[in-house]
Write a protein that binds this ligand. Structure first.
Ligand code: FES
Length: 107
């Protein structure tokens, strides 16, 4: 398991290897902002990786294509990932910054 801390809310949850940040959060009763439902289209799930990004799979072609088309080429120079596409590949600790993440029961 990999422990994920979400700032600024300081929500913590664990994800299994192979789960995405967003999918893992949703599976544990958390709301993660999304418009497309995790299809790498909307960029609403865009998340800053504060630390521990080495535990995530490298950015895939569809994620890169969506980021560049929706946010511009400069986004690739920042530690930003689509949470719906960021699969956890190894155990560790990841800290991200994503305002709006909260318990789904608070909706
Ligand atoms: S949820 Fe739409 S791109 Fe990730």
């Amino acid at each position: 398991m990999t422990r994920v801390t979400v700032l600024p809310s300081c929500i913590e949850f664990e994800v299994s290897i192979g789960e995405t940040l967003m999918g893992g959060a949703q599976a544990r009763g958390l709301y993660w902002p999304t418009t497309c439902g995790g299809q790498a289209i909307c960029t609403t799930c865009l998340t800053e990786i504060v630390s521990g990004g080495e535990a995530l799979a490298e950015m895939g072609r569809s994620e890169r294509k969506t980021l560049v088309s929706e946010r511009g080429e400069a986004i690739l120079r920042r530690p930003m990932r689509l949470a719906c596409q960021s699969a956890v590949l190894s155990e560790g600790m990841i800290t991200v910054n994503k305002p709006g993440v909260r318990s789904a029961s608070e909706l």
